[in-house]
Write a new protein. Structure first.
Length: 87
């Protein structure tokens, strides 16, 4: 019994692996068809160029920084205003 308790994690992991293996073998054709369809759909995607990706990334980081500063200023102003009102 000590063997089972000390290796319970390994036993559960092995049982899970067996179940996954059985499901993969049983549904091999469906999985293969799904992956072929995924590959086909991904070939239709219009991927951004490196330049577009970098520009978008810079834009997102800039807008996020501006919004953080704005929200920080509004929060500071409101907290000071409320501390004056409730004194």
């Amino acid at each position: 019994m000590d063997f089972v308790l000390s290796n319970l994690k390994t036993i559960i992991l092995a049982a899970f692996a067996v179940v996954v293996l059985v499901l993969v073998i049983k549904n091999y054709q469906k999985i293969k068809g799904f992956l072929l369809e995924v590959k086909l759909e991904l070939s239709k995607v219009s991927w951004s160029t490196r330049k577009e990706l970098l520009a978008s990334t810079v834009l997102v980081i800039t807008v996020t920084g501006i919004m953080a500063i704005f929200i920080g200023i509004v929060d500071l102003g409101l907290s000071r205003f409320l501390s004056v009102v409730f004194k």
